[in-house]
Design a protein. Sequence first.
Length: 133
Amino acid sequence: NIIMNKDNAMWLKKIKYILSLKDKDLIKMESYSVIVSFILSKEVFSHNSELYEFMQKLKITCKPYLLKSRILLLGKAIRTLQMAETEEIIDILEIINVKINEIEEEKQEIPQVEKKKKDNYMKKMLDLYGRKE
């Protein structure tokens, strides 16, 4: 039983659609939505440093100061996409596709364990010494 994240399923479906297109301009235009939402996703990249490393895999070179802002990183990715040839865009989409599949595999490997409730110190103290009704 594979339960896929809604966004991951949408990205995979969208990438499959884009890769089936023949019109180069349409490929570029449709790719923006995948790349923008993927880069902005806090579920995929919880820290900008993770996104920065991933952008290196996409062959998008970023100066270290861009690490301070996800929006700056996104701007760099959009600029790169704007200047890219169709083959480069397809390469980027395929790398994103691999990343999404890796995320899904990692989720399957992590057993879901119920978290134990931590003792709430303040609640204990209030119960012991708080007002009695």
